[in-house]
Design a protein around this ligand. Sequence first.
Ligand code: NAD
Length: 477
Amino acid sequence: MEEEVIETESTVSINNAPNADIARLIDKQRAFFNAGETKGVRFRIRQLKKLKEALETHEGSIIQALKADLRKPELEAWSTEIGVIITEIDYNLKHIRSWVRPQRVPTALFFMPGKSRIYAEPFGIALIIGPWNFPIKNVLGPALGAMTAGNCCVLKPSEHAPHTAKALENMISEFFDPEYLVVTQGGIPETTELLKHRFDYVFFTGGTEIGRIVYQAAAKHLTPVTLELGGKNPCIVDDNSHMQVAAKRIAWGKLLNSGQVCIAPNYVLVKKTVKKELIEHLKIAIEEFYGGDAKSTDDFGRIVNDTHFERIKKLIEGDVVLGGDTDAKEKYIAPTIIDNVKVTDKIMQEEIFGPVLPIVEYEDIDEAISIINQGEKPLALYIFSKSYNNRDKIISQTSSGGVCINETIMNFGSVELPFGGVGDSGFGVYNGKSGFDTFSHKKGVMTKSFLFDVKQKYPPYTQGNLNFIKFAIRKLI
Ligand code: NAD
């Protein structure tokens, strides 16, 4: 059984689409989009329901595939890859009619008699490029926003989660016409080719450096882009926290998917006076989770490939107070805590993306804020504190994609909250209405009556015209 679970990439053949096929595919999608069917709300509702049915039908094969690629435990696979999407589909189905309705906005006196509305117009064809860590959620989440907004989509899952990429392709091709929704496979060369074509929107989730490449490729066509990137997410624990609960939530957020989560706490910034207590509680929590041997349980995943395994392994050095053991054959890295880490240490220079938690101490909250602000803007920032003053201070004096107070990761699951980065962690948001908005061009439409024509706007211009226009622009708009 074990061997089957940790199969490698080579066991699945990826069906790379040649360039000419991609061009044909895009042409077909463009023709379908131009025919206008995706603009109808009934069509969109049908597609969202179909996506839900597809996920429910293929639930088993997706969970199997996630196990083969990442040894993802079933509970994690279902909740973070399938459950979240089903919840979001239901949410979008509930609200789509109000979202697509042109939104009335006030019309200034100067434009009267008239009306102003904002139409949410689909861009056209969206290219969605996904990473391997949440290979379903990070492809279907954006796709859901795009579909709700009335776009056609080309989905490019990561080649590093090949079983899941194939399972996604099987599911989508069984339920959807490729002229509306299609999966195309491949790695760097295929994605590079794909990006040479003109799309109407590109939504990329992945590493910051690749984000730059995607952004440049899209710029050639002036295609709007959303970049969902990574970074180093700080987790502050002050001395006014519930240490036991904080430790449990931090350990959970860090060890989910073996730490291969873009919003995992990257490092803990803890007040010096409570550091020992926090570390003790972290150890207890991890012991409770895995009974002292994460390797032998089904509840702890593996590192995606040898390259990442070797990279993370090299980060384990210094004052290791828990874990540290690794197994290259299984791509296993134990839940690891490193104490007395300095901001200048190697582990603090890159996104860890593995189950290794560095502990950095601070003397006062200003020092913690200054450490965060020395780095690039993170995707997520976590604060464990009962102090309103500290929380407000941290929120107002730092910048991050999102913040979660007294919990980790959970902000990711809320359809009411926009999800996205800032600065080096990316730009643009999605989730529920935010996803719909991202994939909609907001078209301002003014309707004027033929009555009352402002004559002063027409040449020949006189001083009287100018005086009137000055008055009108100052007072009537
Ligand atoms: P990656 O950037 O290596 O790959 C992402 C996608 O880009 C893949 O589909 C890959 O095929 C494609 N790609 C890779 N190189 C390319 C190139 N040169 N040109 C064009 N396309 C290319 O990222 P990854 O390793 O799959 O994922 C891990 C990264 O993703 C981490 O940094 C993580 O923080 C980030 N991430 C961010 C979020 C978020 O929501 N912000 C979510 C998950 C992962």
